[in-house]
Design a protein around this ligand. Structure first.
Ligand SMILES: Cc1cc2nc3c(=O)[nH]c(=O)nc-3n(C[C@H](O)[C@H](O)[C@H](O)COP(=O)(O)O)c2cc1C
Length: 205
């Protein structure tokens, strides 16, 4: 079946994250973003795509700081209340009934009860006519202790990160499943060595 080129969300499932910021008066703002991705492997950058008319964007531009909190499926019912358009004076944590979690390196708090938190500083903006690509540098990353598995990854069965699958009727919540098999990064290279691992080692030493 062929779809319109703009129906790209039909082709892949999207992440759902909650982005928290503070406005000039210190009011807490919270909004879900699905146009979120880490920028390549082993950089400390992440990217959000944002329409211009977002308090989130205004706040990030104003004080350069934001927190990306990663919700699990148990917070699915809290996503739409944070996506409502409220005036900037409204505390969106309160509106959504979500508890703030103090951050260590930035002023905006994260969201309590999430799976992971990325405290970020604005790194660069790519400004287009209708939208902005916001690149953030992650200053601090924390994953809930009970969700980290022996491989140093996320225990997906336990964490159940919230994902969204989009269709013509709207959004459908989903989650990820571990297939029980994987590949080392080195498998991408003819000599079986992952050059990024060496770069990381030399960065660490
Ligand atoms: C699941 C979900 C994902 C969303 N992803 C984005 C996104 O990636 N970029 C964006 O600009 N808006 C996105 N939105 C819309 C904003 O979250 C929404 O407009 C929100 O009210 C913006 O709040 P703010 O003005 O306080 O920043 C998304 C909404 C939902 C429900």
């Amino acid at each position: 079946m062929e779809f319109e080129p703009r129906e790209r969300e039909m082709a892949t499932v999207l992440p759902v994250v909650l982005v928290s910021t503070l406005d000039q008066a210190g009011v807490r703002n919270l909004a879900p973003y699905s146009n979120y991705t880490p920028v390549l492997r082993i950089t400390d950058l992440i990217m959000l795509a944002s329409w211009h008319r977002r308090d989130t964007l205004k706040n990030i531009r104003h004080n350069q700081e934001f927190v990306v909190s990663v919700p699990g499926v148990d917070l699915a019912d809290k996503i739409m209340p944070t996506a409502m358009h409220y005036p900037p004076s409204v505390d969106e944590f309160e509106k959504a009934g979500l508890k703030a979690r103090p951050s260590a390196m930035v002023a905006p708090p994260g969201v309590e009860g999430c799976l992971a938190w990325l405290e970020c500083r604005l790194h660069k903006q790519y400004v287009e006519k209708n939208y902005v690509l916001v690149v953030g540098q992650v200053l601090r990353l924390e994953v809930r202790d009970d969700l980290v598995n022996q491989r140093g990854g996320m225990d997906l069965a336990k964490a159940q990160p919230l994902l969204a699958s989009l269709d013509r009727e709207g959004m459908r919540w989903a989650t990820a499943r571990d297939l029980g098999k994987g590949e080392p990064y080195g498998a991408m290279f003819p000599n079986g060595q992952d050059p990024m691992a060496q770069r990381k080692q030399s960065q660490d030493s």
